[in-house]
Design a binder for this molecule. Structure first.
Ligand code: NAD
Ligand code: ZN
Length: 367
C-alpha cells in the first residue's frame, strides 16, 4: 500500500489482485453512511460488464446495493453533456458533501467522476476503482480531474483528491493488449524521468507485465504509484517543477494526438511513447544526452511493442503545424514552451528556453 500524504490529510492507494471482491472491507467507512440507500457507482460500460459483478457481490455481502450509472466508453464521455447528466443524476439521488461516489473504469471515468465530485455541492468525496493500467499507475492518483473543451483536452477541471484508490490488478486481465501497452508507456515514463534502474527492470519485465503476471503487476504498479505519491506530496498543484516532470513526452505527444484528432488512430499512451522518444532525441540534438542514450530509450519502448517512429504515422502535416499544437497546449507561454528534457536517462528537468521554431525544424527531420 502507498499513502499519498498531503498537507492536512492523506489517502491510501491499495494495489493487488481481488480488491474488487473485498471493496467493502477497505471502503466500509465510505459505504456504511449510505445505510439502506443504494450506493452510487459510476462505471465505464466495459468495466461494468466485465467486473461489475465482483463489485456488486462485495456490496451485497455487506448488505448494500448499488445504483449504477453507466458511462459510454471513450474520450467523448469527458464532455459537458455527460457532466450535466451525471451531476443531475447524483443530485437526484440526494448525494451530499459527506457522501462518497465510486468510480469504476479507466482514466475517462476517473477524470469525469472526479470533476463531478469536485463541483457537486462544492465538493463531495469519491473513491477510485481504476480498471486500466494507465489509470492504476497514473490517472487515479494525484487529484487532477477534468473534462474536455472544444478548445482542447482537459481544459475544464479541478484539483480534487480521492479519499481512497483501490487498484485491482485482476481487472487488467480483460484489458485489450493495445490498451495494456499504452498503459505500459506511462510505466516506462517513471523510469525514464527519474529512475534508470526501474527503467531497466520494466524493460526486462515488459512481457510479464503484458501477460498480466500478478506478482509483477502488483510490484511494478505499486512502484509507479509510490513515485507519483512522492511527487504529488511535494507539488500537489504543479506550482513547482516536481509534478511537471510527470509530463515527460506529453507536449510532443499531445501535438500528435491533436493532429490525429484524439482518435483510436493513436492512443494517449502510444502518443506518450512517441513523445518520450522525441524528447530524448531532442535532448540529444541539444547535446544534453548522447544520441546512443536517446536510442536506448527508443529501443526499450520498441521492445515492448510501442511505436517509436512518427514517420510511421503517415501524418499529413509539417513540423510547424505540430509546434503550433504545442503552443496551444495548456502549458504554453509566448514563443518558448516549457519542455521536459533529459540530462541523463532517469534524470528529467524542465527546460524553459526551448524555441518553438527550433522544435519545428527538429520535427521536420523526424516526420
Ligand atoms: P479509458 O478510460 O478510455 O479506457 C480505455 C478503454 O478500456 C475503454 O474502451 C474502456 O471501456 C476499456 N476498459 C476499461 N477497463 C477495462 C477492463 N478492465 N477490461 C477491458 N476493457 C476495459 O482510457 P485510459 O487509458 O484508462 O484513460 C485515458 C484518460 O485518462 C484520458 O482522458 C486522459 O486525459 C486521462 N488521464 C488523466 C490523468 C490524470 O492525472 N487525471 C493522467 C493521465 C491520463
Ligand atoms: Zn499521460
Amino acid at each position: 500500500d502507498v499513502d499519498v500524504a498531503l498537507a492536512g490529510r492523506s489517502y491510501r492507494v491499495k494495489v493487488g489482485p481481488g480488491l474488487l471482491e473485498r471493496v467493502h472491507a477497505d471502503a466500509h467507512s465510505f459505504i456504511e453512511p449510505y445505510g439502506k440507500r443504494a450506493v452510487p457507482v459510476v462505471a465505464d460500460a466495459n468495466a461494468k460488464r466485465l467486473h461489475g459483478e465482483r463489485l456488486q457481490a462485495s456490496f451485497r455481502s455487506a448488505g448494500h446495493s448499488i445504483d449504477w450509472y453507466e458511462v459510454a466508453p471513450g474520450e467523448s464521455s469527458k464532455s459537458w453533456d455527460e457532466l450535466v447528466r451525471l451531476t443531475d443524476w447524483l443530485l437526484d439521488r440526494g448525494v451530499t458533501r459527506s457522501d462518497h461516489v465510486f468510480a469504476l473504469g479507466g482514466g475517462v471515468v476517473g477524470d469525469l467522476v472526479g470533476f463531478a465530485c469536485a463541483i457537486l455541492k462544492r465538493g463531495c468525496g469519491f473513491v477510485q476503482l481504476p480498471t486500466t493500467l494507465l489509470a492504476q499507475v497514473d490517472s487515479s492518483v494525484g487529484g487532477k480531474t477534468a473534462i474536455n473543451a472544444p478548445a482542447g483536452k482537459n481544459l475544464i477541471g479541478a484539483f480534487h483528491q480521492p479519499s481512497l484508490v483501490l487498484a485491482d490488478t485482476t481487472c487488467l486481465a480483460t484489458l485489450p493488449q493495445r490498451e495494456m501497452r499504452a498503459g505500459l508507456a506511462e510505466v516506462f515514463k517513471y523510469g525514464i524521468l527519474g529512475d534508470a534502474d526501474f527503467l531497466a527492470r520494466v524493460d526486462s519485465e515488459s512481457s510479464a507485465i503484458l501477460a498480466c503476471d500478478d506478482a509483477t503487476l502488483e510490484s511494478v504498479i505499486a512502484h509507479c504509484v509510490g513515485m507519483k505519491a512522492r511527487v504529488v506530496a511535494e507539488d500537489e498543484r504543479e506550482t513547482k517543477d516536481a509534478r511537471a516532470l510527470l509530463n515527460l513526452g506529453h507536449t510532443f505527444g499531445h501535438a500528435l494526438e491533436a493532429e490525429t484528432g484524439f482518435s483510436d488512430r493513436l492512443l494517449h499512451g502510444e502518443a506518450v511513447a512517441l513523445g518520450m522518444v522525441l524528447a530524448a532525441r531532442y535532448s540529444a540534438r541539444r547535446e544534453l544526452i548522447s544520441l546512443a542514450d536517446a536510442e536506448r530509450v527508443a529501443d526499450a519502448l520498441a521492445r515492448a511493442g510501442l511505436p517509436t517512429e512518427i514517420s510511421a504515422l503517415g501524418l499529413d502535416c509539417d513540423g510547424s503545424t505540430l509546434a503550433h499544437h504545442m503552443r496551444n497546449d495548456k502549458k504554453a507561454e509566448a514563443s518558448t514552451v516549457p519542455f521536459i528534457l533529459l540530462r541523463a536517462i532517469g534524470e528529467a528537468f524542465v527546460a524553459r528556453d526551448v524555441e518553438l521554431a527550433d522544435v519545428a525544424a527538429f520535427m521536420d527531420e523526424q516526420l
